[in-house]
Design a binder for this molecule. Structure first.
Ligand code: NAG
Ligand code: NAG
Length: 521
């Protein structure tokens, strides 16, 4: 990858959580610690209806917010040379400020709280991998990789590791002072890097089992991690053959990177009105990847929440509505995981469901509904899925089901027994011909060509799709803010979690490729 000045960020939540930390400012307090204020002016406002809340949504308002957000992303330019809202950047700090100030301006309709949490932030500045005398074109450093020694090139023999390097015994003695060549698969990249480090390797290269390149993250830092690259299977193949034939290959690895701990922040707003023991919760993420401004991912979701939180103040509600803006989603769902992991059981039970809104305006969109089912997810997930389906159907729109596979912030909720679901408009996957018939757009092109790239700017938004989906978000809020009639009662956390969460968690590193957007295995 030459010596381009590029910055990659990668993060991982650190250690175990502390309880909510409260802001000094009295307006910020954890909702659970404040009594709801009933009556007063709010009770004179009309009870929210889907129709009325949907009518407040316009792409004009949404676009205005998107333009503001892009200006905020530019604050990241100083450090990253391009707009970004990655956690730890000025662009993200500005985003949090924008959300907080917009909410504060709404007066006392909401109880605002925030939840700082530590995250590890990795920046990679330069790298290079030479195999023999050849530059490895597909070599890509893993997120959260440490640098090579003294941030200087290191040289050693390329040593093939047995199997997939998931056991320490797979790493031979000759690795001491040399470079591990490990096949991808079975266990996380972080485990392979750790084993290589323990065996005394000076760097590690994880090559793919497919021809394609590997871009992933080492996950939570370990003192045993060594500088680690991913490499395409196609590029690895000739070197593997040489090693097999007993040839010696000298390799040079170089990574200049830092791994730091930073504090970042979730923001929560809960209506003061409405039954505080029965909350509908919804979230979007406030951060972007380092590579770009993230105006669709997830400006579109987080701004939709902000717009609806604003419009809702003209109505009264029967049930509490809790909005969340998560940080660190792009680094592995850090903020939402931290939030759910730290909910006391009593607070967990008050959340009747969680609705995830991540990427609502992809330029080559499809209307996608997470295929959440009650057999394998907490009861209520399927009712939420059907609310979306019914709405699209009623409005004469097509929809598709997509895998409820852990790629966004609902993951922590369903693992902890809370029903969840959501809608999206698609990321890097190519649109099919069939989907073009259903939604228009272009076949063979990603739903979002600018996914995780610099071009995810204001021009990357499909305003029509965004408005449609924002109305659906309004419908979901209004529906549950009025009533949970017909919506299943919460199962006990144990029952629900046994069904998915725990069983899934136990098998997690084996079966689940994603937890958030970066592959960890
Ligand atoms: C609320 O209603 C008033 C009166 O109709 C209107 O002026 C205002 O724009 C509405 N929206 C918000 C967010 O206050
Ligand atoms: C829905 O999809 C069908 C094809 O399956 C198509 O004929 C129809 O026009 C689509 N409806 C809309 C509103 O795009």
């Amino acid at each position: 990858m030459g010596l381009k000045h590029l910055t990659l960020a990668g993060l991982a939540a650190l250690g175990t959580a502390s309880a909510f930390r409260l802001d000094q400012k009295p307006i910020f307090a954890h909702p659970g610690q404040q009594q709801p204020i009933r009556g007063g002016a709010d009770s004179e406002k009309p009870l929210v209806t889907s129709e009325a809340l949907e009518a407040t949504i316009s792409s004009k308002n949404l676009l205005k917010r998107a333009k503001q957000l892009y200006e905020i992303a530019k604050l990241g330019e100083k450090e990253y040379n391009h707009p970004t809202r990655v956690i730890g950047s000025e662009g993200h700090v500005g985003t949090l400020e924008y959300i907080r100030e917009s909410l504060r301006a709404l007066g006392d309709y909401y109880t605002l709280s925030h939840q700082p949490f530590p995250a590890v932030s990795g920046n990679i500045f330069e790298w290079r991998l030479l195999l023999g005398l050849d530059l490895a074109e597909s070599a890509w450093p893993m997120g959260l990789t440490p640098p090579t020694k003294d941030k200087q090139p290191v040289e050693g023999k390329l040593i093939a590791v047995k199997g997939e390097g998931c056991n320490e015994e797979d790493f031979p003695k000759e690795l001491e002072g040399n470079i591990a060549f490990v096949r991808r698969g079975t266990c996380p990249f972080g485990t392979k890097s750790e084993h290589a480090g323990k065996a005394g390797a000076i760097a590690a290269v994880v090559y793919n089992y497919e021809d394609s390149p590997v871009s992933g993250t080492l996950g939570a830092p370990s003192p045993d991690h060594v500088a680690t690259f991913g490499l395409s299977g196609a590029e690895a193949a000739p070197y593997l053959a040489k090693l097999k034939a007993g040839e010696e290959i000298t390799a040079t690895a170089y990574i200049d990177a830092v791994v730091d701990t930073i504090m970042t922040d979730n923001i929560i707003a809960q209506t003061k009105q409405g039954d505080p023991d029965n909350c509908v919760m919804l979230g979007g993420h406030s951060d972007s990847v380092a590579e770009g401004p993230g105006i669709n991912d997830d400006g579109s979701g987080s701004l939709t929440l902000l717009e609806i939180a604003t419009q809702l103040t003209n109505f009264s509600v029967n049930n509490c509505v809790r909005f969340a803006w998560w940080a660190g989603e792009e680094e592995g769902l850090l903020g939402s995981d931290f939030y759910v992991a730290n909910l006391p059981e009593e607070e967990n039970q008050k959340i009747r469901l969680f609705m995830d809104y991540d990427m609502l305006a992809s330029p080559n969109f499809a209307y996608q509904v997470y295929d959440a089912r009650n057999e394998v997810n907490p009861v209520g997930s399927q009712e939420l899925r059907d609310l979306y389906v019914d709405w699209y159907t009623k409005n004469g729109l097509n929809y598709t089901f997509i895998a409820f596979d852990g790629r966004s912030d609902y993951d922590g909720f369903i693992r902890h027994g809370i029903p969840g679901g959501g809608i999206a408009t698609g990321a890097e996957v190519l649109k099919t011909k069939k989907e073009v018939k259903m939604f228009g757009g272009e076949a063979g092109v990603p739903f979002d060509v600018c996914y995780h790239q610099l071009c995810d700017d204001v021009s990357n938004l499909h305003l029509g799709a965004w408005e449609v989906n924002a109305k659906l978000v309004a419908h979901s809020v209004a529906t549950y803010a009025r009533s949970f009639d017909g919506f299943p009662k919460r199962e006990s956390v144990e029952v629900a979690a046994t069904k998915v969460g725990l069983s899934k968690a136990a098998k997690y590193s084996q079966d689940v490729k994603y937890h958030g957007s970066k592959m960890h295995q």
